[in-house]
Design a protein around this ligand. Structure first.
Ligand code: SAM
Length: 214
């Protein structure tokens, strides 16, 4: 369980505080966890829920649907509004559609199949919140495309930015992840130093960057 970011007992304790009142969603999370699907950490979900409520978000764009857990979670965390989520794997895309139907959210969540580097250009409208949770080497591309689609005061969340601690310590970097690590370090530097943004990097889950567009 140790992901080189937080102590296990801290994660366990924080998670024990999170109230899950939707039984169907709880079962869906458990089903995803049993299958080892890379869905959002529980504590990251709780933080996203807080942000959605604080922003009174009515429109969310997500990069990386997988089987739809986070898009369903975010949709249920909003009082009303739409989620547009992008997935490149046809297998996951189809599963996500099935799961969204199971939750009766077909009208609220739109899933687009294809590489988000391309499909992002086809998305219409503006968004209160963007959630980036896909191929890490493309975070900068996704981010820059999202920036153009955000409403004033919108926020962009980037997940897994501390990537098992490797981003913060050379000692933890494994050889085959060197390019990914370099890309994520450059990405964090960019969103942390560019004057258009205010970014805070949180050691939550696998690392979550929270960016406010000034
Ligand atoms: C970590 S999972 C997303 C999990 C999901 N956000 C959740 O928490 O339930 C990442 C997903 O992004 C997809 N993906 C990776 N690169 C992508 C890209 N360039 N365009 C679209 N989808 C991509 C993968 O196929 C995978 O299903």
């Amino acid at each position: 369980m140790n992901n080189n970011i937080n102590k296990d007992y801290i994660d366990l304790y924080i998670n024990s505080l999170i109230k899950e009142d939707n039984e169907k969603l709880k079962e869906f999370r458990e089903y995803c966890e049993e299958r080892n699907l890379p869905i959002i950490h529980k504590e990251v979900g709780q933080f996203i829920k807080l942000i959605i409520n604080q922003l009174n978000a009515k429109s969310i764009i997500e990069i990386g649907t997988n089987v739809g857990y986070s898009s369903i979670f975010m949709s249920l965390s909003m009082k009303e509004g739409r989620v547009v989520t992008l997935e490149r794997s046809e297998k996951f895309y189809k599963e996500a559609l099935k799961n969204i139907k199971y939750f009766g959210l077909e009208k609220n969540i739109q899933v687009l199949l294809g590489d988000a580097v391309d499909t992002l250009d086809t998305v219409e409208g503006t968004f209160d919140l963007a959630f980036i949770d896909a191929a890490k080497s493309y975070y900068r591309v996704f981010f820059d495309k999202c920036v153009k689609m955000m409403k004033p005061g919108g926020m962009i969340l980037s997940d897994n930015v501390l990537y098992q601690g490797m981003i913060a310590s050379d000692e933890l970097v494994v050889r085959r992840k060197k390019t990914l690590v370099r890309n994520l370090r450059n990405y964090l530097k960019y969103i942390s130093t560019d004057n258009r943004f205010i970014t805070s990097v949180l050691p939550l889950g696998d690392g979550l960057a929270v960016t406010l567009l000034k």
